[in-house]
Unconditional design. Structure first.
Length: 418
């Protein structure tokens, strides 16, 4: 096998990106941390290739189909997809991309597919116009056919805007820790550092250009957190009074937990089912100088939080969902999900709601939240809950569709009758 390409080369990024993309194609989520194993200096380039390729996966898959007689080794197929992404979106000379992809192929599968990679990519460049013209809507719009049809049925007046948002790079928004300072204070710090930004929402700031968190002034000291503007709405809606007993029932990675604690002194329990993600909550709270009772447990299991019924004045139920409102941040989700998964998530959400409701004090409020745009997980779920729960009333309901400023979220604020 030839020597490995240098870490700052396109070949290195393509090779490592292809390995991760192949893992996703085999069913592994990006959330499992594969990118964290890439050497730090090369990580931005590899991440661009992975995320960009997965956003356009449907297009790349359709373009490759007529160019391949037989399915190649999975990592080689992933490499071809990554090279097609690079050819479509960067200003590199096409022959440079092809040569670097061939060099990357020398590091995969014992180097047996270098000729295949060279031939397929050169055939693509010769047939590019006709291959593009033959794409169907699913490939052209970078969404699975079932997902696209569902968006068209569920949001007939907005589905094209949702698709456009899904296919774009996400905005970078910050939440200022009000215990450290105000948004105006932090905007001044950003301006001093040459970073263009503007205030957004009650505690938010929208960066005009994303930057690594290491470049954010005061990040390590807890001045600010990265959080989408739509996600910041959760703490504002629940708005527990100081001293309240609060349960954040599906808390990881802890952004909404932290926001609640930044707004008021609370007796807060943060619950999550994953021990590793519970440690992430603790780490985030420590950076921000905040404290909560972090417990590992299943929110759908009775007393998983170790408290008696009617133990909480307020509950945040940010339930597991399809993530259909945040696919631009998690582009693997739309290719890993299947239609049956929406109903599976809805069943889990129903179970969590039913288990949490007895833990709420009479007069208390529960905020049901998802990062989904599918009605079965949102308004449909809440409507069913209200029909079968005599002591519940709907206080407010908001559907945030993904757009240039924020991701997609759903919120329903419920109150338990006295």
């Amino acid at each position: 096998m030839p020597p490995a390409p240098p870490p700052d080369s396109l070949a290195f990024a393509l090779c490592h990106g292809a390995t991760i993309i192949a893992q996703v194609m085999a069913g592994q989520s990006l959330a499992d941390g594969a990118l964290e194993q890439v050497p730090a200096p090369a990580r931005p380039a590899v991440q661009d290739i992975v995320y960009g390729t997965l956003r356009r996966y449907g297009e790349g898959d359709a373009l490759l189909a007529p160019l391949l007689r037989n399915p190649p080794y999975p990592a080689i197929r992933a490499l071809l997809l990554a090279a097609l992404y690079r050819l479509a979106t960067w200003t590199d000379a096409p022959h440079t991309v092809v040569n670097q992809a061939v060099e990357a192929a020398g590091q995969l599968a014992g180097g047996r597919y270098k000729g295949l990679v060279n031939g397929v990519l050169r055939n693509y460049l010769r047939q590019q116009e006709s291959l593009q013209a033959a794409l169907d809507d699913s490939a052209r719009l970078w969404h699975p056919a079932w997902w696209l049809a569902k968006l068209q049925a569920d949001h007939p007046g907005h589905w094209q805007d949702i698709v456009a948002a899904d296919n774009a790079a996400p905005p970078m928004s910050l939440r200022v820790n009000r215990r450290k300072g105000s948004p105006a204070d932090y905007l001044a710090r950003l301006e001093a550092g040459g970073m263009a930004a503007r205030a957004a929402g009650t505690a938010g700031i929208r960066l005009l250009r994303p930057v690594p968190v290491s470049q954010l002034p005061g990040f390590a000291e807890g001045w600010v957190s990265v959080q989408d503007l739509g996600a910041q709405r959760a703490a504002e809606l629940l708005d527990p009074a100081p001293g309240s007993r609060v349960l954040d029932a599906c808390a990881a990675p802890g952004g909404k937990t932290a926001h609640l604690l930044e707004r008021a002194d609370l007796e807060l329990t943060a619950l999550d089912i994953d021990p590793a993600r519970c440690r992430q909550i603790e780490s985030n709270l420590e950076r921000l100088g905040l404290k909560a009772r972090v417990r590992c447990g299943d929110a759908s299991a009775p007393r998983a939080w170790g408290r008696e019924p009617a133990a909480f004045d307020a509950i945040l139920a940010d339930v597991p969902c399809s993530a259909s409102g945040v696919v631009r941040r998690h582009p693997d989700a739309k290719w890993l999900r299947q239609p049956r998964d929406v109903l599976r998530f809805a069943h889990t959400q129903q179970r969590i709601l039913e288990r949490l409701w007895p833990a709420l004090q009479p007069g208390g409020k529960l905020l049901y939240a998802t990062c989904s745009v599918f009605p079965e997980e949102n308004g449909g779920q809440v409507a069913k809950f209200l029909r079968r729960t005599a002591d519940a009333r709907l206080v407010s309901e908001e559907q945030w569709l993904p757009g240039p400023e924020h991701d997609g979220f759903y919120y329903a604020l419920l109150q338990k009758l006295v």
